[in-house]
Ligand binder design. Sequence first.
Ligand SMILES: [Zn+2]
Ligand SMILES: [Zn+2]
Length: 256
Amino acid sequence: MDIQVLGAHDCESQNSKLVSLLVDDVLALDAGALTSSLSFLAQRKLKAILITHQHYDHIRDIPAIAFNLFLQGATINIYSIPTVYEVLATHLFNGRIYPKFMESPQNNPTVRFTVIEPGKSEQIEGYTVLAVPVNHSAPTVGYQITSPDGKVVFYTGDTGPGLADCWKYVSPQLLIIEVTFSNKYEEFAREKRHLTPGLLEQELTIFREVKGYLPQVVLVHMYPEFEKEIEAEVAVVAETLNNSINLACEGMRIHL
Ligand SMILES: [Zn+2]
Ligand SMILES: [Zn+2]
């Protein structure tokens, strides 16, 4: 399994892109940086996009990629929870902001949306996909992806603390999890349901208690302003837990 980090942040600038991951060139996790990172050819290779939740930084490039694929006569499969469907249908593909690509062209809509049921394994393009609810300010699911050769990654999407239940259902070799703020903003992070390095440490400690091991950990969704601080604080957590924890960056490739 080859994972490419297209976007690793919660804010976009010249040097940072919104969160988006690409698995083996065919499966995208969240859509914050799909069109801005992928050539037209690479966009056409995409078979499915899994969306964790409705927030703008995670769905931003869906209209843009739909438009590109529509012009090429191609289609894209999008999988997510019902709230994401509602947001796309009501606010983006509504015939005002953008064409109704979930209904048109009439005989072959550009966007084929499938509602995914948390807790139920699905076969998507040869991968086994399990959606697991996490704790965020909008309904959100993380995705565990198992490749045909048995490689397993779990991507949380945005989440605050309280993942003990979630850990029961996943057994990843690689955990891609968010850390948005540095430790001094813990209260704010709790309120907005995000993580800090300190909160991450608690969640990973619970993971180890529940599962008896720790996976390789890669962090995304950092607020660029705090990245240096987050990096220093995460280094302490990695040492305390004696485990590999790295901050993702745009263009990073992880081979499992
Ligand atoms: Zn969010
Ligand atoms: Zn976000």
